[in-house]
Design a protein around this ligand. Structure first.
Ligand code: HEM
Ligand SMILES: *[C@@H]1O[C@H](CO)[C@@H](O)[C@H](O)[C@H]1NC(C)=O
Ligand SMILES: *[C@@H]1O[C@H](CO)[C@@H](O)[C@H](O)[C@H]1NC(C)=O
Ligand SMILES: *[C@@H]1O[C@H](CO)[C@@H](O)[C@H](O)[C@H]1NC(C)=O
Ligand SMILES: *[C@@H]1O[C@H](CO)[C@@H](O)[C@H](O)[C@H]1NC(C)=O
Length: 502
């Protein structure tokens, strides 16, 4: 009996090992390099434990395991193809988009998790396309212009807060302050809630946001488990979105009810409700079930917090940090902004949009620190990579290692140097296409790029027109959160010295 059991166990272990070996030779068989793997786990441990984040592992693949623009790795036993050649990236993100319109999804079978299921980020195929088409009109520049005053109001609150703090403390954690600014802005633009987290330390709304961003190996693990084995979510709510989602669901439900009774503001919620009403006019949708029900709208509002809060706060905070480290660039930017205010009397929508050096500074910030350091696609129909004998199979995962491309000396001379001039109009032509993609690329890029840029530009302008910025004593380098998907500085401590009027 014992012998039989032992024999069975041995057989099982051997078969697992053989199966693992077979799966983990996927790239070798195709002539693609990949880093050493662990049985059954592939490169999983390296990816999850990568310090500070998984882009450290991506950099390893990019530098040492890439040949002719292609590299390989394994998440558990699933092969992942790294694409690092700009021409090939363009082909996949833009030209042959219909093979790569999907991402890994974090769907959940749990009834509590419709919020997760219905988000645009998580939809694939035809459903994604319909939802994206319905949502796109909410992000046009005309609509943005109507939201401009909502953004400047929050930037003024940021300024007032920093002025007050500057009298009390020798330095300010600008990352935290910018986080409050982006929360208030999203609360206002996506939920129609006026919260002032600068004045009100106990405001409920802001307190509910941080749990969505708790970084750590356990959370990364959760994401990967949900992506790899969605059936598990049928039994347990793994909580990819934390408990706080119920709070936001309720807030959004109440606001939707209020909007239906009147009181429009021109914010995202109004625009999504308009899209809902217009859905019946979409000719190709008449025979199909409506896609934009209330639960779906609520899901998008929550998504806007998840993808819009930390990314944008990080951008503003790091732009401020880089300005502090580069006083000449800071002074030049301030002069450009003062010129606008002299001409127009105040910061205007057009003024912010037209400011060339402001744009260049934000673009250079996003080159050095793209908040989302990699892009992902899932192949939806088999695809032969042009110029190679490699066929990507349906279901294969594609990664674009943004962080590494943004810092490759092949495309960026002195890549570690902060030099906004790279993005000035006279130099822009030198930038190779698809080597700067902080908002992704092709039809599935960041839907809110213009909104995010507007937010970042208004906040940075407001700060630079009010303060001279220096790094706080002892604060030399950014400390990025470990084990996060996103680039998240834990703090950005700056000395903000109010400018004297002259
Ligand atoms: C500086 C700030 C931001 C950065 C760097 C950023 C970056 C990105 C990136 C890289 C993607 C993936 C694109 C791709 O796969 O090609 C993305 C997708 C997305 N972003 Fe942003 N984002 C920012 C702010 C925002 C904000 C403020 C919102 C909402 C108000 C938002 C909403 C979205 C949505 C809904 C998607 C999914 C689009 C789709 O799958 O169709 N983002 N973002
Ligand atoms: C690439 O390999 C070289 C030589 O083994 C090593 O020194 C370097 O650290 C590796 N680069 C990365 C990013 O892992
Ligand atoms: C979420 O989506 C999956 C896959 O499309 C589906 O099977 C599941 O029932 C959905 N869950 C909920 C709670 O609607
Ligand atoms: C693809 O395979 C063919 C036949 O084996 C070979 O002649 C050709 O050189 C290969 N092309 C590339 C780009 O590897
Ligand atoms: C990340 O990990 C490194 C190495 O273990 C450590 O030195 C650093 O302090 C950690 N950073 C944060 C923000 O926890």
């Amino acid at each position: 009996m014992v012998l039989i059991t032992l024999a069975l166990v041995a057989l099982l272990v051997t078969s697992l090992w053989l199966y693992s070996k077979h799966r983990l030779s996927y790239w070798a068989k195709r002539g693609i390099l990949s880093p050493p793997t662990l049985p059954l786990l592939g490169n999983f441990v390296d990816i999850v434990m990568g310090k500070p984040g998984r882009w450290t592992f991506d950099e390893k693949v990019y530098r040492n395991y890439t040949k002719e623009g292609l590299g390989g790795a394994y998440v558990l036993l699933s092969p992942v193809l790294y694409i690092s050649d700009p021409e090939m990236i363009k082909q996949i993100l833009v030209k042959d988009f219909d093979h790569f319109s999907d991402r890994q999804t974090f769907t959940s079978l749990h009834k509590n998790d419709r919020t997760l299921n219905e988000s645009l980020f998580n939809k694939n195929g035809e459903k994604w396309k319909r939802l994206r088409n319905l949502m796109t009109p909410a992000f046009t520049s005309g609509k943005l212009k109507n939201m401009f005053h909502l953004v400047t109001e929050k930037a003024d609150a940021l300024k007032a807060f920093c002025l007050k703090e500057a009298t009390k403390n020798s330095y300010i954690n600008v990352k935290k302050a910018c986080g409050r600014f982006t929360i208030d802005t999203i609360a206002s633009c996506a939920f129609g809630i006026e919260c002032n987290s600068f004045e009100d330390e106990d405001a409920v709304f802001p307190a509910k946001v941080p749990p969505f961003f708790a970084a750590g190996p356990l959370r990364v693990l959760k994401f990967m488990v949900v992506a790899a084995f969605p059936f598990i979510t049928g039994f347990i709510d793994l909580g990819v979105f934390p408990e706080e989602k119920f709070f936001f669901q309720q807030v959004a439900e109440e606001t939707i009810a209020a909007r239906r009774r009147g009181a429009k503001r021109g914010d995202f919620l109004d625009l999504l409700l308009e899209a809902q009403a217009s859905e019946k006019n979409f000719p190709d949708d008449q025979t199909k079930a409506k896609i934009l029900d209330d639960a779906t709208i609520i899901s998008q509002s929550i998504l806007f917090i998840v993808v819009g809060y930390d990314t944008t706060a990080t951008t503003i905070a790091i732009a401020s940090y880089l300005s502090s480290k580069n006083p000449e660039a800071q002074q030049r930017l301030r002069q450009e902004l003062q010129e606008i205010v002299r001409k127009e009397g105040t910061i205007t929508y057009q003024g912010v949009m037209d400011a060339k050096y402001l744009d260049a500074c934000i673009m250079e910030t996003l080159r050095l620190y793209p908040p989302a350091p990699n892009l992902e696609r899932v192949c939806s129909k088999d695809y032969k990579v042009p110029g190679t004998n490699i066929t990507v199979r349906k279901g294969d995962i594609i990664e674009v290692p943004l962080w590494s491309i943004h810092r490759d000396e092949k495309y960026w001379p002195e890549p570690e140097v902060y030099n906004p001039d790279r993005f000035m109009p006279e130099n822009k032509a030198d930038i190779e296409p698809c080597t700067h993609m902080p908002f992704g690329g092709g039809p599935r890029n960041c839907i809110a790029m213009r909104f995010a840029l507007l937010e970042a530009k208004v906040a940075l302008s407001t700060l630079l027109l009010t303060f001279d910025m220096k790094t706080a004593p002892g604060f030399h380098d950014l400390d990025l959160a470990n084990s996060s998907f996103l680039i998240m500085p834990t703090s950005v401590n700056l000395v903000l010295e109010p400018l004297t009027e002259d």
